[in-house]
Design a protein around this ligand. Structure first.
Ligand SMILES: [Ca+2]
Ligand SMILES: [Ca+2]
Ligand SMILES: [Ca+2]
Ligand SMILES: [Ca+2]
Length: 284
């Protein structure tokens, strides 16, 4: 089901085997002066590496353990060591440039049709989750607590519903407010995931750092569900009780993802195959 752990192990083995340096360059003439060359053997030509500003002589430019090609082809930054493929393999599409993003983030929370503001939290794998990294996906924000019976009922089928849709670019972010007691600001994300077999991002959000963006002031009924579309617009805000609006989610998933300028290398197909990766839905 998952190919990434095996690949990560392979990469680790490669780096261990080569003393954590760039992969060996067997041809000293195959240097950066040749735009078609690939001296670091990361699969990306010098010309392409220049266009994305990665190091053509280093397979893992930012040193995070993932090669430049693997990161770029899965829409993570090969130039940012804090950004790398999630252990949870949550769906992700091409990112906007920062400039494009800034033109996009006007508007306010809590209004249907507005762009959801950004926030960042840490998931169960210790990975930083930034909402804007999921631009292009349909996102369900599910606010719950361990003590809440209806929340637990909704969680029973959540993994199955998520699994059916994630290849279409569906992300669920579960925000846990409390533990077993109401007002207990110590939710246990591991316990919750184990109870319901969840692989999706589960966030211990006891201070409502993220959840505060999706509930009206003075009211805090849970479970509640907010749906964010592929353009990061809030399409259904604060649906308290019951189950997520699956009909709406499916209709939003049927919409085309926004176009983002994200050039792929000419040898992308071969690279995906060589790396054992599935091309993302957004690959042209
Ligand atoms: Ca290269
Ligand atoms: Ca490189
Ligand atoms: Ca890297
Ligand atoms: Ca990186």
């Amino acid at each position: 089901m998952s190919h990434r752990p095996a690949l990560a192990l392979l990469l680790v083995a490669l780096f261990v085997g080569s003393g954590c340096n760039a992969l060996p360059n067997s041809d000293p003439n195959d240097g950066v002066s040749n735009p078609d060359g690939d001296p670091d053997e990361d699969g990306l030509t010098n010309a392409f590496e220049e266009s994305i500003r990665t190091d053509p002589e280093l397979a893992d430019t930012d040193g995070d353990g993932y090669s430049d090609a693997e990161e770029y082809l899965t829409y993570f930054s090969p130039r940012n060591e804090e950004d790398f493929p999630y252990e949870g393999e949550y769906p992700r599409g091409p990112l906007m440039s920062q400039a494009d993003w800034e033109t996009y983030t006007e508007g306010s929370d809590w209004i249907e049709g507005a762009i959801s503001s950004g926030w960042k939290v840490t998931d169960q794998h210790g990975a930083e989750i930034k909402l804007k990294r999921f631009f292009g996906s349909v996102i369900l924000i599910d606010v719950a607590a361990e003590w809440c019976g209806p929340c637990r009922t909704a969680a029973v089928t959540l993994e199955e519903e998520y699994d059916q849709r994630k290849d279409d670019g569906f992300v669920v972010i579960q925000l846990l407010l409390d533990g077993y007691q109401m007002g207990d600001r110590n939710p246990d994300g591991d316990r919750w995931r184990d109870d319901f077999g969840l692989t999706l991002p589960v966030i211990e959000d006891g201070d409502a750092h993220a959840a505060q963006h999706y509930v009206p002031a003075g009211s805090f009924a849970i479970p509640n569900f907010t749906v964010i579309d592929r353009e990061h617009k809030i399409r259904s805000w604060y649906q308290a009780g019951g189950s997520p609006p699956w009909g709406l989610i499916d209709s939003l998933l049927a919409e085309e993802p926004p176009e983002v300028d994200y050039p792929m290398p000419d040898n992308a197909d071969e690279l995906y195959e060589a790396l054992g990766l599935e091309p993302g839905r957004w690959v042209q």
